[in-house]
Design a protein around this ligand. Structure first.
Ligand SMILES: Nc1ncnc2c1ncn2[C@@H]1O[C@H](COP(=O)(O)OP(=O)(O)OP(=O)(O)O)[C@@H](O)[C@H]1O
Length: 271
């Protein structure tokens, strides 16, 4: 069980850029959370603080009962796996299987567990067919799945995905959705940064909205995408279904196509 807590955290980069101000967030074990917000809002900085890549300038980050300031990045990253935004920052082996195998091997798991985790992670990410391929011969979307598999194979309690939806087609998004459901069944905590609001409404209940270094909202999608103040502050564009429901003057909260169809049918039949 590893809960996550950021308590009044501020962070400035060495060049003086303030990236996070008085940011607090608590995530319970097994939760699935999306972080959204405009470019430069501080999302990546927040998640790098969660896995110990960055240490707070002020405030506290707790991973379970570990204060990240007292532990090395290598130690924290065993509990909090982080998939980088850009896969090319993470890949350094010449074939996919070695890349995925490296993490669990480095964790000193026994050979059987390394084999099982490597196979499982490649299967669930849809890359088992490319095991011997050089990752750099694969397209961006599949390289991203190689990095996701590399982190999943380490079996950490908390998994952070930084923009996994970028460059993904419908099949890639389906694989990601299935992966989120499987991780939830395994009791893993998953925190996902994404700019894809349809993906957010399809797969997440709890949404963290960030803007200009701060938390703007921490609520359910059906509240956030109908709250004019939150949308204005964060410059978020609601998913198409919510925009349409708003234009048609339907009650707030509609997010899925089926809910929209039901509302249209109800209006036409009068009940
Ligand atoms: N290494 C760095 N040195 C200095 N400033 C940085 C560094 N990395 C990020 N920043 C700045 O910190 C602020 C927050 O950046 P961050 O990457 O956390 O935002 P983000 O919400 O993840 O944005 P995006 O959606 O574009 O990835 C921005 O002003 C950014 O320019």
């Amino acid at each position: 069980m590893t809960d996550l807590l950021l308590d009044k955290v501020s962070f400035s980069y060495p060049d003086g850029t303030k990236a996070l101000e008085d940011f607090s967030l608590s995530v319970r074990t097994g939760e699935r959370v999306a972080i959204v917000g405009q470019n430069g809002a501080g999302k990546t900085t927040a998640v790098k603080l969660m896995n110990g890549l960055l240490k707070p300038t002020s405030g506290t980050v707790l991973v379970g009962d570990w204060d990240t300031r007292r532990y090395s990045t290598a130690q924290v990253s065993k509990k909090v796996g982080y998939v980088f935004q850009n896969p090319d920052d993470q890949i350094f082996h010449n074939d996919v299987e070695s890349e995925v195998r490296f993490g669990p091997k480095n964790m000193k798991f026994d050979v059987k567990r390394v084999d099982e985790l490597t196979r499982w992670a490649m299967d669930i990410c849809g890359i088992a067919g490319f095991a011997e391929e050089n990752p750099y011969n694969l397209p961006y979307s599949e390289r991203k799945f190689v990095t996701i598999a590399s982190v999943l194979a380490m079996d950490s309690d908390i998994i952070i995905l930084d923009e996994p939806t970028a460059g993904q087609d419908k099949i890639g998004l389906k694989i990601l959705g299935h992966l989120l459901d499987t991780l939830e069944q395994k009791g893993k905590t998953v925190i996902t940064i994404t700019h894809d609001m349809e993906f957010v409404t399809d797969y997440f209940q709890r949404i963290i909205v960030m803007a200009t270094r701060q938390l703007v909202a921490d609520d359910q999608a059906n509240k956030i995408f109908y709250d004019a103040e939150i949308l204005e502050k964060s410059m978020l564009k609601p998913p198409a279904v919510a925009q349409m429901a708003k234009m048609l003057d339907f009650p707030d909260g509609i997010l899925s196509k089926q809910q929209l169809i039901n509302a249209i049918l109800q209006q036409r039949t009068g009940h």
